[in-house]
Design a protein around this ligand. Structure first.
Ligand code: GDP
Ligand code: MG
Length: 881
């Protein structure tokens, strides 16, 4: 029997499906069917586990590419940046759409099945939007950003390396976003591949019960890896070696009994284990088991798939479906694609998207429903929250989408990848960007199929697509369509503040300087940098007005190295780029009295005037906690506004006589061309710019509160412009910072990392010794089993005894085969806080200490004030260059 994945869609009766509980009353049956047959999935893994290789195969089998791309040759579709191809790693997460099972190009979507309950979803073509995510720690932010728009994830493990540090980290993050996950154990063709050990590690380190859906098929029990045992459908699947992986032979158990009895027996054992695991977490499986006379093998495959789907979608996922293969040998990809469609959720099966509006957190459907049901007069306690959010203007909210990725494409210009959460984005629609407070039209919409883009008229709810021709939208911005909005208008009812779950941008800890070769190059460089920043908000830019020197800051040295390559090679910028250095912060230690700066000079050829009075003071809570790097506006009262700024700074503005709730009275105090929100934002921009470059050593200023007293009647003039206000603020804050450091010596703060280091028992001693003495680190915990997951997760994570997990034998396992024991004994984990400076180049050092076996991950834990001696050393070493 040949298994063909180009299955025809079954003939089914058209049937109007009832509108789902949310995602909009406006959803038509077609849109609803599209949602049900859509999967927005991501592939996550440690670097080199085989994400790119697997993705390429997926595109090939789904018919979107003619030949299989190869990462080692640099010809893959998803790694499309030259820098990525050169390094063979994936940096930018590209979203690509394809159909699985394949659909003839140009064919109409299949009619809706009578019921999704009686078929395997993979029997009809689905629209798969695949988001590739990078695996390197420097791009954690990229991963987080992608996770936010995923509905489900395929996690790829290297069958030799097992569960690696980065996998564990991303796995936990995905768990925190409640993203259902399945696992593909890859590279089973490699010498040393250990499926069983890897499965046990899944249990112990990823805290879930592995549900083994496939077992590896080794030729003759210990030869080449040739295929898989399909535990659900009870068959062996053999891939023809050397081919493109399309020729797959399936053998039933009776047939296998004659040719490879041991393998057939193992498939049966695995089936028993699978049914047992499912029964522990799914009552329906128990019923099915009883109905089939308690015969594990008699339960129909469809029941098993449905049970697997239910447990995968449980809100705190306890069971993890596991598949096996070797992408590079083209083994196992088609069934993995089936599993993706069969087990991972459609956009309709996801928790409601989180939002914030007017400073309150809620969910999108709460907002939509609250307003639909809002009865202005009466209110009960129960509907209190709904009532607060209720605003009649919600009826004008035609769509809500998130720009999750901005990419500068050499051919098509700037591409903004969006996920639509409600309504539809139509071509030509006016989009309001609630992060930037600007409106812009969406001239063209695209769907990205591998390297080809197809123009579309609209992007529906739950879908992922691309907008081209936008001038402002950045990665992470929320875009809404508000009916009747004019170009310079603002959505009413607080909808201008509506934001889909914002991501916290971690603080940058490395920087480099950029100097144009000539003045004429400056404009091109600034434009290129602006695009890089729209693409990647974890890059930060600061420009020193006096010297014209530009600093680019980022999350890691690789992060900046890539940015540098992009600037020099892709944008052909002619600039000298300095070496990559640690981004310290500087703080003031004294309070200043108010300083007034009067600006009265031409700006861009026009006379401009503004007066600003500012003072600064230190905020004494020593540590900058990362994850609070989003600037927000807080209303302290009608006459007072506070902005929280980067690096634990804040800006408090008092604006007597200007009530934020009585704009009619502003006329008497503000010149007609200005508005209170506009003025406040100009002051914020000026203060942020001054704080970005401190007067002590040019590092960003941290832990500082700026106060501005704005007396509208005496400080605003007919020729006061927003630019003049920003410049005057910047000058006033700068002068205040200078006088603060003149009064009392400032201090430096250094980034301190939270490092998790994995080593084998034998090298534990030397590694701990090195961290705590040579590197001045502080070891926080030493543990063999408590993992990163346990310390950072918000979920309840069960501890799983590896001896209770069924696994088929590993033919190449050495020793006793007691994998569980070996696992617990040998792997040790060290959690430590270490200054970043001491961790530069640590990987090669760790490798040397551990015979090449140690790995580590780290993230910023905070910034700490340095002792005088250490500060002096750092400053001296900087002057050497
Ligand atoms: P990524 O970093 O996760 O995107 O990993 P890649 O897809 O770039 O793969 C990393 C390396 O592993 C490449 O050299 C691949 O050829 C190799 N590789 C990927 N899958 C397999 C596999 O199934 N078997 C073997 N032997 N090598 C593989
Ligand atoms: Mg890759």
């Amino acid at each position: 029997m040949w298994v063909g994945w180009a299955r025809c869609a079954r003939r089914v009766v058209r049937h109007d499906v009832k509108a789902p509980r949310r995602l909009l009353s406006t959803q038509t049956p077609q849109a609803d069917l599209l949602s049900k047959t859509t999967r927005n999935i991501g592939i996550v893994a440690h670097i080199d586990a085989g994400k790119t290789t697997t993705t390429e195969r997926m595109l090939y089998y789904s018919g979107y590419t003619r030949r299989i791309g190869d990462v080692d040759e640099g010809s893959t579709v998803t790694d499309f940046l030259p820098a990525e191809r050169a390094r063979g790693i994936t940096i930018q997460s590209a979203a690509i759409t394809f159909h699985w099972p394949p659909q003839e190009p140009g064919a109409n979507p299949p009619p809706a099945p009578a019921s999704f309950e009686s078929i395997a979803p993979s029997s009809i073509p689905h629209n798969v939007n695949l988001i590739d995510t990078p695996g390197h720690a420097d791009f954690t932010f990229e991963v987080l950003r992608s996770l936010r728009v995923l509905d489900g994830a395929v996690c790829i493990l290297d069958g030799v390396a097992g569960v690696e540090a980065q996998t564990e980290k991303v796995w936990t993050q995905a768990g925190n976003y409640q993203i259902p996950r399945i696992i593909f154990v890859n590279k089973l063709d490699r010498v040393g591949a250990a499926f069983s050990r890897t499965v046990k590690e899944i249990g112990v380190r990823l805290h879930g019960w592995p549900a083994i859906c496939q077992i590896p098929w080794w030729k003759g029990g210990n030869g080449d890896f040739v295929g898989v045992g399909d535990v659900v459908n009870l068959r062996g699947m053999l891939w023809q070696s050397g081919g493109d992986g399309r020729d797959i032979r399936a053998y039933g158990l009776e047939e296998l009994d004659k040719t490879d009895a041991k393998f057939a027996e193992e498939i049966r054992k695995a089936r028993v284990a699978l049914v047992e695991t499912l029964s522990e977490h799914d009552d329906v499986m128990v019923e099915s088991f009883l109905e089939h006379d308690e015969d594990h093998l008699a339960i129909p495959a469809l029941h098993i798939w449905q049970s697997l789907r239910r447990v995968t979608l449980q809100s705190s996922q306890a069971v993890i479906p596991v598949f096996a293969g070797a992408s590079f040998r083209n083994v196992g990809i088609q069934p993995l694609l089936d599993a993706t469609v069969d087990l991972l959720p459609s956009p309709l099966e996801r928790p409601d998207p989180e939002i914030s509006i007017s400073g309150q957190s809620s969910t999108l459907s709460t907002l939509l429903n609250a307003s639909a049901n809002a009865k202005p007069a009466k209110s009960t306690k129960k509907s209190q929250q709904s009532k607060d959010l209720a605003t009649p203007e919600v009826k004008n909210l035609a769509a809500c989408a998130l720009a999750f990725k901005v990419v500068n494409d050499t051919k098509r210009g700037v591409l903004v990848y969006v996920r639509v959460y409600s309504g539809s984005l139509d071509k030509g629609a006016m989009l309001y960007n609630t992060n930037l407070g600007v409106a812009e039209r969406a001239p063209r919409l695209l769907k990205m199929y591998a390297n080809d883009a197809v123009e579309v008229d609209s992007i529906g709810p739950g879908q992922i697509g691309v907008i081209t021709g936008l001038k402002h939208a950045r990665t992470g911005d929320t875009l809404i369509v508000y009916r009747g909005l004019q170009m310079r208008g603002t959505p009413a009812g607080g909808l201008n503040t509506l934001q889909l779950r914002p991501i916290n941008v971690p603080p940058p800890v490395f920087f480099t300087s950029i100097e144009p070769h000539s003045l004429s190059e400056q404009k091109h460089i600034h434009e290129s940098l602006a695009i890089l920043l729209r693409e990647d908000p974890s890059l930060h830019l600061s420009i020193d007005e006096e010297s014209g020197q530009t600093h680019l800051a980022g999350m890691g040295d690789l992060h900046l190295e890539i940015a540098r390559d992009r600037l020099l090679n892709d944008f052909k910028a002619k600039a000298r780029i300095g070496k990559i250095e640690i981004g310290y912060r500087e703080t003031i230690t004294s309070v200043t009295s108010p300083y007034t700066y009067e600006l009265d000079k031409p700006i861009a050829g026009k006379q401009a005037k503004a007066t600003i009075t500012a003072s600064v003071e230190p905020i004494e809570d020593s540590m900058i906690i990362p994850g609070t790097q989003v600037e927000t506006e807080i209303e302290d009262g009608p006459f007072e506004t506070t902005f929280t700024l980067l690096d634990n700074n804040s800006l408090s503005i008092s604006h007597p006589n200007l009530s934020r709730h009585d704009s009619a009275s502003h006329k008497a105090h503000i010149p007609p061309h200005l508005s209170l929100p506009g003025i406040l934002h100009s002051l914020q921009a000026g203060a942020s710019a001054a704080l970005a470059r401190g007067p002590f050593n040019g590092f960003p200023v941290a832990n500082t509160r700026v106060r501005i007293d704005l007396d509208a009647d005496t400080q605003l003039f007919p020729d006061t412009t927003p630019a003049a206000l920003s410049m005057a603020t910047r000058a006033a804050v700068n002068a205040s910072l200078r006088s603060a450091i003149a009064a009392n010596a400032p201090s430096l703060m250094e980034p301190v990392m939270n490092a998790t280091i994995f080593v084998h028992e034998s090298s534990l001693g030397p590694v701990v010794q090195d961290i705590s003495s040579a590197r001045g680190g502080q070891v926080l915990s030493l543990d063999g089993s408590e993992s990163i997951a346990a310390s950072t997760s918000t979920e309840y994570l069960p501890r799983i005894d590896p001896n209770l997990i069924y696994t088929p034998p590993d033919p190449f396992a050495n020793g006793t085969g007691d994998v569980g024991g070996e696992l617990a004994d040998s792997q040790r984990q060290i959690v430590a806080r270490v200054p970043l400076k001491e961790m530069v180049g640590y990987l090669s050092h760790l490798r040397a200490l551990t015979g090449g076996r140690g790995t580590f991950v780290m993230s910023v834990d905070g910034f700490e004030k340095m002792g005088t001696q250490r500060q002096k050393e750092v400053l001296d070493s900087m002057r050497e260059f």
